[in-house]
Design a protein around this ligand. Structure first.
Ligand code: GDP
Ligand code: MG
Length: 598
């Protein structure tokens, strides 16, 4: 029977433990990609991913493996992202699999995201196959780390393959183990079609391309499919598999993973998590779907040049097609004009979208201060959710503001415990529990306002632990908190794009920081520019950008003609990225400069 030789699996790991490198080696060993075509990290096909060394979008590949038992197996490998911001994408890919290869760096051991990913895999009832990576490094401690996997995760690691994804050692062992341990898919090819959409993207020629796992039945070109949640119908134009480029085939059967094209124009019609069935012989009930990804962080995105509004809108629409967790709607700002309110999973997600706008669409944008969603209870008893500081009602109308709290699991070597407890306290964290997971490694459980986590908590954690700290967090509840809206005034005029909601105890320091940062980046004008941070009418911090002095200009513009020209050119280029607020010119970078906070 064809199913017994299929293995559908994902690779899960903490970031940097070597998932993408291992995926590359597996692709190579299965002859799927000729060695000469092999770019490092083949599955990370967005330039941004390769540069930043993180996997953002999951990628699927069908591979052929001739096992030692003489039989040929079909591996459907789905790579998953490894950053805290992208847990959602991980759970999506896992639902399409029977097993997960758990990669643990043998020099590092179990990390916060290792655990978080294991829990996601267990939620999907997957068989978990641990393997130890980076055994080529002298500092690797495979035996200790095996023990750690058993102690901390509670799965048998005695037979975990020892792998160097970099050098290729142990990869065949692992492939054999996949054949042995990961269950073959079950499901009835004669049954009514049920296929789970676990990803989709937009192709200019084919329309929306659906990645699907077929659980029951068969789908082929010419079929009329129905998407069970939206009720929409389409005629299938092509089905196929990725190996790793698209290869059309005649049909996809129960147990298989592949793509379906059906001239679907809008990605929102083919939602991730929806079930595909046949229109003339539909399944009774859809497969259990996914929870909708919850945006945790919001910010405004505005075209750097006002006339590019439509271009930015088009670009955001295209990005959304690729990214079910990203959403946006129009908004206006007094300072910045027409733009969009955008929701993200976290700050990295936000940075990536902004960077993609710039790189892939060549659009400069201005982003406003990121904000979490606050719950505001007004005096009249009504509740509202606020994700834009400008929408916060007058303080006199507000009875209470509540902020989202997350449960943060932090893992660190024991020598950093003091540093990290201090950091968490600074970020208004409340320690719930601390435990030694091994002799040298400690897990801290905190409850912390999300607002304090989204800025640069992760970076701070990394730098205070020399890169050894790891973090995982999830939303738990709303809690009342002493929050205030802080405004920034340039030359006495309020610039709404800089407004932010901060904790009372942090307002002063934050205000001072923002004023100082703005002073660094706002160029001199012919007049003094006062910069003020204020809560309501009360100014809590201030600085001033001094005016030009005549002799400075003279000196600057004296010199030889080529230097002068260069200066003028530079100035012209700089001008493009300036925004005018009242009489004050503010460079685009001002908006990002105020975000980094330490
Ligand atoms: P991912 O974040 O889990 O996808 O990890 P990557 O595959 O991007 O690997 C992270 C880093 O570890 C990269 O610099 C890799 O070159 C390196 N790396 C991965 N596997 C090995 C290995 O087996 N040995 C050594 N020495 N380095 C490795
Ligand atoms: Mg990767």
């Amino acid at each position: 029977h064809y199913q017994k030789n299929i293995r559908n699996f994902s690779i899960i790991a903490h970031i940097d433990h070597g998932k993408s490198t291992l995926a590359d080696r597996i692709l190579e060993k299965t002859g799927c990609v000729a060695k000469r075509d092999m770019k490092e990290q083949f599955l990370d096909n967005m330039d941004l991913e390769r540069e930043r060394g993180i996997t953002i979008k999951l990628q699927t590949s069908r591979l052929l493996y001739k096992a030692k038992d003489g039989q040929e197996y079909i591996f459907n490998l789905i790579d998953t992202p490894g950053h805290v911001d992208f847990t959602y994408e991980v759970s999506r890919s896992l639902a399409a699999c029977e097993g997960a290869v758990l990669v643990v760096d043998a020099t590092q051991g179990v990390e916060a995201q290792t655990l978080a990913n294991v829990y996601l895999a267990l939620d999907e009832d997957l068989e978990i196959l641990p393997c130890l990576n980076k055994i080529d490094l002298p500092s690797s401690r495979p035996d200790e780390v095996k023990q750690e996997i058993e102690d901390v995760i509670g799965i048998d690691a005695s037979e975990a393959p020892l792998v160097s994804a970099k050098e290729g050692t142990g990869v065949e062992d692992l492939l054999e183990k996949i054949v042995e341990v990961v269950p073959a898919p079950s499901g009835n090819p004669e049954g009514k079609l049920k296929a789970l959409i676990f990803d989709s993207y937009y192709d200019n020629y084919k329309g929306v391309v659906i990645y699907a796992r077929i659980f029951d039945g068969i789908v082929k070109a010419g079929d009329t499919i129905r998407l069970m949640n939206t009720g929409k119908k389409y005629e299938v134009t092509e089905v196929g598999t990725y190996s790793p480029g698209p290869v059309p085939c005649n049909e996809l059967k129960a147990g298989e993973v592949g793509y379906i094209c059906a001239s679907i124009k809008q990605v929102r019609d083919a939602r991730v998590g929806d079930t595909v069935t046949l229109d003339n012989d539909p399944a009774d009930a859809p497969l259990p779907g996914y929870k909708k990804a919850q945006s945790m962080v919001y910010c405004g995105i505005y075209p750097a040049e006002g006339e590019k509004y439509e271009n930015v809108k088009d670009a955001l629409e295209k990005l959304q097609v690729n990214d079910a967790a990203f959403n946006f709607e129009p908004e206006t700002s007094q300072a910045l004009g027409f733009g969009f309110r955008c929701g993200f999973l976290g700050l990295l997600h936000m940075e990536i979208i902004v960077e993609r706008l710039e790189r892939e669409f060549d659009l400069g944008v201005i982003t406003t201060s990121p904000s979490v969603i606050y719950k505001v209870i007004k005096n009249d008893g009504t509740e509202m959710m606020v994700q834009n500081p400008s929408n916060l009602p007058e303080p006199t109308l507000v009875k209470q503001i509540e902020e989202p709290i997350v449960k943060a699991d932090i893992m660190i070597p024991k020598e950093y415990v003091g540093n990290i407890m201090e950091l968490c306290q600074e970020r208004r964290g409340k320690m719930i529990h601390m435990e030694y997971i091994t002799e040298n490694r400690v897990q801290l459980h905190y409850e912390m306002p999300l607002n304090e986590v989204i800025y640069d908590f992760f970076d701070a954690l990394k730098s205070k632990t020399r890169g050894y700290g790891s973090l995982d967090y999830e939303f738990i509840r709303y809690e009342p908190s002493k929050l205030v809206k802080m405004d920034i005034l340039l030359n006495k005029e309020l610039v709404d794009a800089f407004s932010m909601i901060v904790h009372e105890s942090k307002a002063q320091a934050r205000g001072k920081f923002v004023c100082e940062k703005l002073k660094e980046v706002i160029p001199m004008h012919q007049f003094e520019v006062p910069i003020q941070a204020a809560i309501g009418q009360k100014v809590i911090a201030r600085t001033t950008v001094r005016a030009y002095r005549k002799d400075v200009i003279a000196k600057c513009y004296g010199g030889d003609i080529s230097r002068k020209k260069k200066l003028l050119e530079k100035q012209k280029e700089g001008k493009k990225r300036m925004r005018q607020f009242g009489k004050v010119e503010v460079p685009q970078e001002a908006f990002t400069a105020v975000l980094k906070y330490d």
